[in-house]
Ligand binder design. Structure first.
Ligand code: ADP
Ligand code: 5GP
Length: 205
């Protein structure tokens, strides 16, 4: 039996802890591939080209967009971000589950696209004050960037009810456990083992 992969879409306001949760879940759950997006924003310290993002110029991004190479793309916090359609199709064909870390605009586009099976998860911070604390505590962004990202939080949170699952990242450990449970439940719903492989039923006779 061939395994059919699916997409797991994750969105959150900046600083909610999505990347932190995702890194832990990816290390603990087998059979997940991360969709490496293209972006025009500059790399943060520690980010690697081709691993965290494909960092491209605005011209390169626009050329890809005009060739229809993005499954979805959006302008987020004044930069462009997009998901490569060929990369996703290749991984799905291999039976892999793919994790997409994308914003609420991109999530809405993919959720409307009947050609790709997707489950969506919204990660929310416990409070807005805690979100601001985390964003500042991360120490990777300028004051201007932090303010822009905080200003975008309210309308991003408005999309939360549209997602299949909501996870509050208060305790990191609990958020990781919940996201793992979502992935395992969705695999079981697709008649697959928690590891992602197909379940082969054995007859008693
Ligand atoms: P995002 O990817 O959603 O923008 P990050 O994963 O970069 O957010 O997390 C933002 C900051 O918050 C990081 O410094 C991270 O270590 C911290 N953080 C993440 N989850 C928690 C949590 N549950 N409790 C406290 N701090 C957290
Ligand atoms: P960051 O700059 O903090 O890495 O990401 C900023 C926002 O862009 C986050 O909400 C992240 O989920 C989103 N994002 C990252 N890649 C993509 C993508 O390919 N498409 C869309 N629509 N959003 C993305």
């Amino acid at each position: 039996m061939s395994v059919k992969g699916q997409l797991f879409i994750l969105s959150a306001p900046s600083g909610a802890g999505k990347t932190t949760i995702l890194k832990k879940v990816m290390a603990q759950v087998p059979g997940l591939a991360f969709s490496v997006s293209h972006t025009t924003r500059s790399p943060r310290s520690g980010e690697e080209n081709g691993v965290d993002y494909h960092f491209v110029s605005v011209e390169e991004f626009q050329a890809m967009r005009d060739k229809g190479l993005f499954l979805e793309w959006a302008e987020v916090h004044e930069n462009f971000y997009g998901t490569s359609r060929p990369a996703i199709m290749k991984q799905l064909a291999r039976g892999l589950d793919i994790v997409l870390d994308i914003d609420v605009q991109g999530a809405a586009i993919i959720s409307r696209d009947a050609t790709v099976p997707a489950v969506s998860v919204f990660i929310a911070p416990p409070t807005l004050l805690e979100l601001e604390k985390r964003l500042r505590g991360r120490g990777t962004d300028s004051e201007e960037t932090i303010e822009l990202r905080l200003n975008n939080t309210a309308w991003e949170m408005e999309s939360a009810p549209d997602y299949n699952y909501l996870v509050i990242n208060d305790s990191l450990e609990e958020a990781v456990t919940t996201l793992k449970a979502v992935i395992i439940a969705e695999r079981s719903r697709g008649h697959r083992l928690p590891t992602g492989e197909p379940i082969v039923l054995v007859n008693k006779t």
